[in-house]
Design a protein around this ligand. Structure first.
Ligand code: 4AD
Length: 465
């Protein structure tokens, strides 16, 4: 068996060694007795040099290389050399002096997206256009239509590795704190969050829904005495709005746990989990973050060692003091949330914080009212850069009251009767939260659209690829 080297691992210490790599031909240029093939693998590129001089490669081999189509899969054997120019962190400083080149599988001659163009930042595009370079600006729809090509860019390779790490930290952290990973059904009889945003379907002749969250079944797992559970899974919302932060299918990171004294115990988990997550990304994913930043510049997220907690009333007061009038018992709209994010940043120097004790009227039926004042509830939202990534709460664990709340909010109690009944068999006080994975990636990386952080996004207008 032959020894393969990853393009991302090519570096100066390998100088003069004979290596074998496989990549995609990103760019091919031929000039006289020389040809250059830039090979890319997992977002890392290396320039491969073929020269006819001194018979290093034959004329037919040179011509063969010059005739490669972009994005074809190509094997190269050769000697590592160091030309002494630094390009950037994803383009290797070393080159390969090619001895052999072989196309393993050809890509079609003209592609709908040029990956090299798709990888450029706005600033680079402006510069290139000023220099009279010919390039096609790749718009978002084109990127999503040909997503398989689009996700080859270094920034996208970084984004989905960061997404992977967020899920990884979520799982590892919760396992280390005694949580059990569960898998709840996505085909359910009644809607789990209420409201209109539910996909309805026919389940062998019976009406059913795609789960809008694992809400009901994660609570039932607590009734089943697991104590603390979590889930990473698909969540479906029949969103009508076409916004930068709503998808029709996203990945939910869900937590549910028994509460001994206070819903603050749930916020404590959010606090420790997310500080660990942000630390892990900053400490171990610098290369990926840099790859994202080169195409989509952003400032590192500001967060505190202990996450700031403000009550909803305090938030309303801050907005009021800044001259923003909002309904003190209504939900905050996107604009008010952004504004509050700014005010919090100015006052507390953090872009990550928890807002809790929301008015009961704006929360789902299963939310526990505050014991001291039922106008408010034992609930919270969590924000990154002024946008919501989490909502959570203590739940109603008293069955008759739960049924009453559901009914009051217009939910067909019969369709969730097995859920309500679960609390009749002995149920401890409990609470939890749900995180939108794509939103965390988007906001941690300061990106402007959730479609950038979903591998194959589903929105009201898109169900393919
Ligand atoms: O706020 P949501 O709807 O809350 C729940 O689903 C509760 N069951 C959570 C709980 O345990 N109490 O959704 C939770 C999170 C939001 O904070 C947001 O980050 C994300 O899911 N989210 C969406 N992400 C992308 N597209 C959508 N349409 C989203 N809707 C919610």
């Amino acid at each position: 068996t032959r020894v393969w080297t990853e393009i991302g691992k090519l570096a100066e210490p390998l100088k003069d060694q004979y290596v074998l790599v496989r990549g995609r031909a990103q760019r091919i240029r031929a000039k006289g007795k020389t040809a250059f093939v830039v090979l890319r693998e997992r977002g890392f590129t290396v320039q491969c040099v073929l020269t006819e001089q001194d018979g290093v490669v034959s004329r037919p081999m040179l011509k063969y290389a010059a005739g490669l189509s972009r994005e074809s899969i190509v094997d190269v054997e050769g000697v590592v050399s160091v030309p002494g120019i630094t390009i950037n962190s994803t383009t290797q400083q070393v080159e390969i002096q090619v001895r052999k080149i072989l196309c393993v599988n050809k890509a079609m001659p003209t592609l709908p997206i040029n990956v090299e163009d798709a990888a450029r930042s706005d600033v680079e595009i402006e510069k290139a256009l000023q220099n009279g370079e010919q390039l096609v600006r790749v718009n978002q729809d084109t990127r999503l239509n040909y997503r398989v090509l689009d996700i080859r860019t270094p920034a996208n390779q970084g984004i989905f590795r960061i997404q992977c790490q967020i899920g990884n930290v979520f799982r590892q952290f919760l396992l280390s704190e005694g949580f059990v990973e569960i898998h709840t059904p996505k085909l359910i009889a009644g809607s789990s969050e209420g409201g209109a945003s539910v996909f309805k379907l026919d389940y062998k002749g019976k009406p059913a829904c795609l789960a809008q969250s694992p809400q009901l079944h994660k609570q039932m797992a607590i009734c089943g005495d697991f104590g603390r559970v979590f889930e990473i899974g698909a969540v479906f919302r029949a969103e009508d709005s076409f916004t930068h932060r709503h998808l029709c299918e996203f990945t939910g990171l869900d937590v549910e746990m028994e509460i001994k004294e206070h819903y603050f115990e749930v916020m404590d988990v959010v606090d420790r989990l997310f500080v660990a997550m942000f630390d892990s990304l900053n400490n171990n994913f610098a290369k990926e973050l840099e790859a994202v930043r080169r195409q989509y510049p952003f400032e590192p997220l500001k967060y505190l060692r202990q996450t700031l907690r403000l009550t909803f009333e305090e938030g309303i007061q801050m907005l009021k003091d800044a001259g923003v009038e909002v309904d003190p018992l209504g939900d905050l709209n996107t604009e008010a949330e952004r504004k509050l994010g700014q005010l919090v940043l100015e006052k507390y120097d953090t872009e990550f914080y928890i807002l809790h004790r929301y008015p009961l009227a704006v929360r789902p039926f299963y939310t526990m009212p505050c014991y001291d004042n039922p106008t408010y509830s034992n609930s919270f939202d969590v924000f990154i850069r002024g946008e919501e990534i989490i909502s959570g709460a203590q739940r109603v664990h008293v069955p008759d009251f739960l049924a009453e709340r559901a009914q009051a909010l217009g939910i067909d109690v019969q369709s969730i009767s097995t859920y309500v009944d679960s609390f009749r068999y002995g149920a401890p006080p409990h609470g939890g939260f749900g995180v939108g994975l794509e939103r965390v990636v988007m906001l941690f990386c300061g990106l402007n659209n959730i479609r950038k952080t979903s591998l194959f996004p589903r929105d009201p207008l898109r169900i393919a690829p």
